[in-house]
Design a protein around this ligand. Structure first.
Ligand SMILES: Cc1ncc(COP(=O)(O)O)c(C=O)c1O
Length: 395
């Protein structure tokens, strides 16, 4: 009766949602203070003061026309400021026409994939991945092709990648700082990746676009620098969002920035603007565009995420869990001490710890925990991790 593909997709769509729903049940049974929900990446930070001030200003403005339809790509003044910031930060001169304001990174990814893909073309996704990528590629007739990253470092494995590039490869999605690992891809590997793509494009006479999904680009720790993809890949299309950097996920605001070096820029930009409209977004929310324009150089309190990362990382590694120390984003992705990560997550649930199995990110044998939750919850959860460790390491 309904779409078979969608109905099947719902069943296996999201472990994160599943754990979130389990959490709601546990909260009803044990009370919120006794349940430690590390499942969903919904930032607990509040937007910076500049954003709240801008919101008051917009709300009180007497200027007419503030809430009308606009050009589908968004307000020029917002795009100008973003283009200027990108040019300053990356050294790549970004024309204002190459920016499109979008409904978050999720909207942007769909707009880009819709614009690029012919039926049956392949979209390479690096595992572990943000699970929605698979659905977004399929939304637009694409075929997701999963390629594992290096299991020791979670950096892209270029030998594996090369094996999966075919004449049908149209795009490669990268996400650094990464959800779920917190890893930042190194400049050296990205440069080698760029050379590999150039070689494969020549061999097949095709174009392969790097779709760089960067919602965590300004949430990095210990002076880590995220290499600017626009400087490394000619065919780079950057997708950014203010959901995490300004803690505005409910306001649905992000943008697409297209490398001016891409061939036939004009047609690509026209296609992106067309899809922003015809996918039903029409344009990014007017108020949110004004907010991010006013607060473009501010960001949430990254230090507070770092403190939470350190408490959680130090505690679980001292208990024997193996985990890469995240350089960015707000997730830990430790190795599951029980072979079956789904079984491990259900053991953790006995101690009211809600974790997400690695299989939900295409990477069984691991689990994800987010630390964008309160420090109190993290600290209160530590004894539960001790009990869990006792059980799983003494089996
Ligand atoms: C890697 C990644 N990409 C995209 C998104 C979607 O972000 P937005 O809220 O900007 O649509 C998320 C949200 O969690 C994410 O983790």
């Amino acid at each position: 009766m309904f779409s078979n593909e969608i109905v099947a997709g719902i069943q296996k769509s999201s472990w994160i949602r599943k754990m979130f729903e389990e959490g709601t049940k546990l909260v009803a049974q044990y009370g919120a203070e006794n349940v430690f929900d590390f499942s969903i990446g919904n930032p607990d930070a509040e937007p910076p003061a500049e954003i709240k001030a801008a919101l008051m200003e917009v709300a009180q403005s007497e200027q007419r026309g503030m809430h009308r339809y606009m050009a589908n790509a968004g307000y020029n003044s917002t795009k100008e400021r973003i283009a200027e910031k990108i040019s300053k930060e990356t050294g790549v001169k970004m024309p204002v026409e190459n920016i499109i304001m979008t409904c978050g990174a999720a909207g942007a990814l769909n707009v880009v994939l819709k614009s690029l893909l012919n039926p049956g073309e392949e979209v390479i996704v690096l595992a572990p991945y943000f699970v929605e990528y698979l659905f977004y590629a399929k939304n637009h007739g694409g075929v997701p092709v999963v390629v594992n990253t290096d299991k020791g470092t979670f950096q892209p494995d270029l030998n594996e990648l090369e094996k999966h590039i075919t004449p049908k490869t149209k795009a490669l999605i990268i996400n650094s700082p990464n959800n779920p690992t917190g890893v930042v891809y190194s400049e050296e590997i990205l440069k080698e990746m760029s050379a590999l793509l150039e070689r494969k494009q020549k061999e097949y006479g095709t174009q392969i676009y790097i779709l760089s999904d960067e919602p965590y680009v300004s949430i990095v720790y210990d002076d880590v620098i995220v290499p600017p993809v626009l400087r490394i890949f000619k065919n780079a299309i950057v997708v950014d969002s203010f959901s995490k950097s300004l803690a505005l996920p409910g306001e649905r605001i992000g943008y697409i920035a297209v490398n001016p070096a891409i061939d036939d820029n004009k047609t690509l930009m026209a296609a992106l603007v067309f899809c922003n409209r015809t996918l039903g977004f029409v344009n990014a929310p007017a108020i949110a565009q004004r907010l991010v324009e006013a607060g473009l150089y501010s960001r949430v309190d990254v230090n507070s995420y770092k403190e939470r990362r350190d408490v959680l990382y130090n505690h679980i590694t001292s208990l024997g869990f193996e985990c890469i120390k995240p350089e960015g984003a707000f997730y830990l992705f430790p190795k599951s001490p029980v072979e079956d990560d789904v079984e491990f997550v259900s053991i953790a649930q006995k101690y009211n710890l809600l974790l997400v199995p690695g299989v939900g990110f295409g990477c069984p044998g691991y689990f994800r925990m987010t630390y964008c939750i309160s420090m109190d919850t993290i600290k209160n959860s530590l004894p539960a991790f001790e009990k869990l460790a006792k059980e799983v390491f003494n089996r």
